[in-house]
Design a binder for this molecule. Structure first.
Ligand SMILES: [Cu+2]
Length: 334
């Protein structure tokens, strides 16, 4: 006899309970916009049809096992070559597949159309964070996509390194980000709020920490946000202040090789790290894996690959003093 394995039983129970959680931030069945709803409206009828077929099969199975169970153990009747039966069990599945295929292809095609009034925002995936680039305003918003409510957004997506996938479960399905190829994904939100996004394609060590958030705001707040984000940083000239010292460390410790701050150290070439001009205006950083607190920022600067395995931001062996000055400075980048 096999022994009881309580641990695996509890694992099953745990997974079952997880699937019942309410208000899950990445619940793809909780559509908050027309694109996600279109997918749901396709999913549910197929799912219900599946329930019905499952029920029928189960009933037939039970009938076969317990009601029509012939205990005499004689040879069953040979039904091979029955045209009627073969036609039935070929035609019914074909009809089922066709009735699933037609709406599926239609929805897939619909989701690919770019609405005419859509605002285009670029999504650039890289190990292990998403950059959102607003070409008209020339602003970059790492890890935080801000969009106006009830507005079609066409995301023009690309990757700088390997294949990633952008997925905001409450707003649409996922789509690949492929190096050197533009892919498009529409989103539209009907409710203000913060929606989680996640890289949906395994892309290396810190894939799980490659997340982002979509902030849906009113039209007016969106315009204000855009203007705020275009403002350059005004460097402090007051020497011997912690912020001034932080600025100096930033310029001298190698940060400028990978990070740009508009109005402070602008660069002509695309850099490896996120634009930091409005770094502290966001409430999370490092691929939305860390909350914006002094403590987290400190740990990050001390040893990035320890916090995010494989991170392309190296451990720069900063002194405790330099870290503290950098934190003072970075927290000013509102
Ligand atoms: Cu990825």
């Amino acid at each position: 006899m096999t022994q009881n394995k309580p641990a695996s039983r509890y694992l099953f129970l745990f997974l079952f309970i997880l699937s019942c959680i309410e208000n899950a931030p990445m619940d793809s069945l909780d559509a908050q916009g027309p694109y996600a709803r279109e997918i749901n409206d396709l999913f549910w009828p197929i799912m219900y049809a599946g329930y019905v077929i499952f029920g029928i099969v189960l009933v037939l199975l039970i009938l076969g096992l317990f009601v029509f169970d012939d205990k005499t153990e004689k040879e069953p009747k040979n039904i091979e070559g029955s045209n009627v039966l073969e036609v039935i069990w070929t035609v019914i599945p074909i009809l089922i597949i066709i009735s699933i295929a037609i709406p599926t292809v239609k929805v897939t095609m619909d989701l690919l159309k770019t609405p005419e009034n859509a605002i285009e925002i670029e999504v650039i995936g890289q190990q292990w964070w998403f950059d959102f680039y607003y070409a008209d305003q020339q602003i970059s918003s790492p890890n935080l996509l801000v969009i106006p409510i009830n507005q079609d957004i066409s995301l023009k997506m690309n990757s700088k390194d390997v294949i990633h996938s952008f997925w905001v479960p409450k707003l649409n399905g996922k789509r690949y980000l492929v190096p050197n190829v533009d892919t498009y994904l529409n989103i539209k939100a009907e409710k203000k709020g913060l929606y989680w996004a996640q890289c949906g394609e395994f892309c290396g060590l810190s894939h799980a920490k490659m997340r982002a958030r979509v902030l849906v705001v009113s039209n007016k707040d969106y315009k204000t946000w855009l203007i705020d984000q275009t403002l350059p940083y005004e460097a402090t000239q007051i020497q011997d202040s912690p912020i001034y010292d932080g600025q100096q460390v930033f310029l001298n410790a190698g940060c400028t090789q990978c990070h740009e701050i508009q109005g402070f150290n602008e660069s002509d070439v695309a850099l490896l790290g996120p634009d930091l001009t409005h770094f502290a205006s966001r409430s999370m950083f490092a691929g939305s894996s860390l909350n914006m607190t002094r403590e987290n920022l400190k740990s990050w600067l001390i040893d990035p690959p320890l916090i995010k395995p494989g991170s392309y931001m190296p451990n720069l062996k900063l002194t405790e003093m330099e870290v503290s000055q950098l934190v003072d400075f970075l927290m000013e980048l509102k």
